[in-house]
Design a protein around this ligand. Structure first.
Ligand code: HEC
Ligand code: HEC
Ligand code: HEC
Ligand code: HEC
Length: 133
């Protein structure tokens, strides 16, 4: 009986770690639909269109507190869903002054790649291409 329970819990633990490795723990996943990045000047962003571009990975935009890129698995395992939001770090309390404002961090990340291009594709650079108004 006791060995049965031990064997069962071993199966459970292995099953759980496989689920964690596959990123199936029900943590934050890339949204399937276009999202609105909602500050004073709302902008649209579509994960699926971006992930379809060759050479784009989660970690090109999402990173941790040590500025290391985050994989989809690492994002799914985040204990707090809200910690994925850029302003959870880039706010008034952020160490580097030039990386506190929404405009600075988003324009740096979005426009840099749209101008330089990735996988032979460039992105749009007119205000209205990203901003809703
Ligand atoms: C490649 C996409 C992109 C382009 C092109 C772009 N922006 Fe933005 N911008 C963003 C994103 C994303 C944000 C963050 C959304 C927000 O804060 O409202 C932002 C934020 C801003 C903000 C700050 C809003 C706030 O809450 O503090 C201003 C102002 C702004 N943009 C003006 C412009 C102007 C003017 C242009 C054209 C010259 C432009 N943007 C072009 C993506 C873009
Ligand atoms: C090209 C940039 C980029 C890439 C690549 C990217 N994301 Fe995002 N993601 C963003 C931005 C910008 C936001 C909005 C953050 C904010 O509002 O602070 C976001 C938001 C999210 C959110 C929160 C959604 C919500 O509505 O609250 C999740 C979860 C997420 N991303 C997961 C992922 C995963 C998983 C991948 C890889 C499969 C990925 N992202 C790839 C830029 C990106
Ligand atoms: C967990 C905290 C955290 C989150 C969340 C976070 N960042 Fe950062 N970010 C950092 C740190 C730390 C650095 C490195 C700062 C430095 O160089 O001192 C950084 C640097 C940057 C830089 C500057 C890169 C350079 O070349 O200098 C940009 C742009 C940036 N982040 C954009 C974003 C965007 C966009 C998001 C959301 C998709 C985001 N960050 C989410 C912590 C975070
Ligand atoms: C790593 C490079 C990269 C980053 C970072 C990036 N983009 Fe893009 N984006 C692209 C490319 C490439 C295209 C063109 C895709 C195509 O033609 O299939 C594109 C297309 C777009 C489009 C037009 C397609 C659509 O969704 O209607 C919008 C809007 C856009 N990006 C917004 C943003 C915003 C907002 C950010 C920052 C939060 C951002 N992008 C960050 C590479 C990037």
């Amino acid at each position: 009986m006791r060995t049965g329970i031990v064997a069962l819990s071993a199966v459970f633990v292995i099953g759980l770690s496989v689920a964690v490795m596959a990123g199936e723990v029900g943590g934050p996943q890339a949204p399937a639909k276009e999202i609105t990045i909602d500050g004073k000047k709302p902008a649209r962003f579509d994960h699926q269109k971006h992930m379809a571009v060759a050479g784009v990975s989660c970690g090109q935009c999402h990173h941790d507190a040590a500025y290391q890129p985050l994989s989809a698995e690492a994002i799914a395992a985040l204990p707090k869903a809200r910690s994925i939001l850029c302003v959870s770090c880039h706010n008034e309390g952020f160490a580097k002054e030039t990386l506190r404002q929404r405009k600075d961090i988003f324009h740096a990340r979005c426009k840099e790649c749209h101008t330089a291009g990735v996988g032979g594709k460039k992105g749009p650079t007119k205000c209205i291409d990203c901003h809703l108004k």
